[in-house]
Design a protein around this ligand. Structure first.
Ligand SMILES: Cc1cc2nc3c(=O)[nH]c(=O)nc-3n(C[C@H](O)[C@H](O)[C@H](O)COP(=O)(O)OP(=O)(O)OC[C@H]3O[C@@H](n4cnc5c(N)ncnc54)[C@H](O)[C@@H]3O)c2cc1C
Length: 379
């Protein structure tokens, strides 16, 4: 039985970097090819719940992420006027707080520093052009014409994954009718935790990133045809959504939305690759396999967990097929739980923003609570 000693990871995002660390920690040679010539991570924040911190800890990154982020307790769920109706989020796990808000750029730096420290090799501005899967490994031709041979290839190249399309055939992400607006601010003094306000035309969240900074996200429905939002619409549209919430902390930030280029606007999409997420010696992780909308703030957490679980299974060195099949057993139901609950929450939000009634029995709090509790289970 051939063991896995040399791995190619395609994509240096959260999942790819995490996989590089997890594999280097067990002594495996790792090369990462990243399409961007230079990393360019946008400056808004990302929510890392306790299960994400637990997985980051397995990579030796949790303490640094906590030090450079902003830990906070359960999120307060509120009416548009600020009355708290519930609490949400994954409860603390061991020494890890319920949440850590962190700048995406900073999380990227924490992972990249650790990945380089443990010896992963990065090749920037490069992708794979062809992948030839053989009995005993994978041969690759890169976009610069160079070639390489590896024991396995991990596709961590995000929702529009080229690896997935090369191995499983073309599949396109599904636009869910919702969009997400994000902007970073100086942190208001009264922001003591994360808040989510449920409005009639939008949902607004305000999340700490450091002691001095925070970000706001707004979920809205811009139209079933996914209209293009021009740069001159960015500021007035985001400001008008924020104006829906007569809360001093939010109203005080409206005038601080001043740079259209810093408004991060993203139509929300999903992609679910049918199981198994592997073929021969190629396996897909993170958004490339199971891209979810951020209604539960857990897509990156799943990508990090994928990386940790894959390395745990590879460590057993009992053959690629056995390793990949156990990976699927451990990951499929957990990822499905998040993806399906997020889709359900997204559908209910869309109905609300369209002024339509929710289906009988729809219960946002219960759906969030059950999924977040599920995420506390060991991976
Ligand atoms: C609006 C929004 C808010 C979110 N908020 C949260 C949150 O609060 N908490 C959370 O846990 N998750 C959140 N997510 C989800 C999270 O961002 C993703 O799940 C996570 O980034 C997935 O990581 P990944 O490494 O799989 O993919 P990506 O982060 O997309 O990384 C893919 C990498 O591959 C590279 N690449 C792409 N194509 C190629 C190619 N052909 N060859 C080589 N490299 C390539 C890209 O440049 C990139 O570096 C959010 C998502 C959205 C859209």
């Amino acid at each position: 039985m051939k063991s896995i000693n040399k791995v190619l990871i395609v994509g240096g995002g959260i999942g790819g970097q995490s996989a590089s660390i997890a594999l280097r920690q067990i002594g495996i040679e790792v090369e990462i090819v990243e399409l961007q010539p230079k990393f360019d991570v946008y400056g808004v924040g990302i929510i890392q719940q306790a299960n994400a911190l637990r997985a980051l800890d397995a990579l030796g990154c949790a303490d640094e992420a906590l030090r450079r982020g902003s830990p906070y307790p359960m999120v307060k769920m509120c009416t548009p006027t600020g009355h708290q109706i519930a609490e949400a989020g994954t409860p603390p796990i061991g020494r890890f707080p319920s949440h850590n808000g962190i700048s995406r750029r900073v999380l990227h730096e924490v992972l990249l520093e650790r990945s380089k420290e443990v010896g992963a090799v990065y090749r920037m501005g490069l992708t794979v052009d062809t992948i030839t899967d053989k009995e005993d490994g994978v041969d690759v031709v890169f976009s610069d014409g160079s070639t390489g041979s590896y024991d396995i290839l991990i596709g961590g190249d995000g929702i529009n994954s080229k690896v997935r399309n090369l191995i499983f055939g073309e599949s396109k992400p599904n636009y869910v009718g919702l969009s997400n607006w994000r902007y970073a601010f100086k942190r208001p003094k009264d922001l003591d935790t994360g808040y989510i306000y449920f409005g009639k035309k939008s949902k607004l969240g305000i999340i700490p990133m450091t002691e001095d900074s925070c970000y706001i996200f707004v979920v809205s429905a811009e139209g079933a045809d996914n209209p293009f939002i021009t740069e001159d619409q960015m500021i007035p549209k985001l400001q008008s959504y924020m104006a829906e919430y007569p809360i001093p902390m939010i109203q005080g930030l409206i005038d601080q939305v001043v740079d259209a280029k810093l408004v991060n606007y993203r139509p929300l999409e999903t992609l679910n690759l049918p199981a198994p997420w592997y073929k021969g010696n190629v396996i897909i992780i993170g958004d490339a396999a199971h891209a979810t909308i951020p209604q539960l703030g857990s897509g990156a957490a799943l990508a990090i967990e994928d990386a940790v679980v894959l390395a745990e299974e590879i460590k057993k060195q009992d053959g690629v097929d056995a390793i990949f099949s156990r990976f699927m057993e451990r990951r499929l139901e957990r990822c499905k739980m998040v993806v399906e609950a997020s889709e359900k929450l997204g559908k209910w939000e869309l109905l609300t923003f369209e002024g339509k009634p929710l289906p009988e029995g729809a219960n946002v709090g219960a759906t969030m609570g059950k999924t977040c509790m599920g995420l506390t289970q060991p991976i």
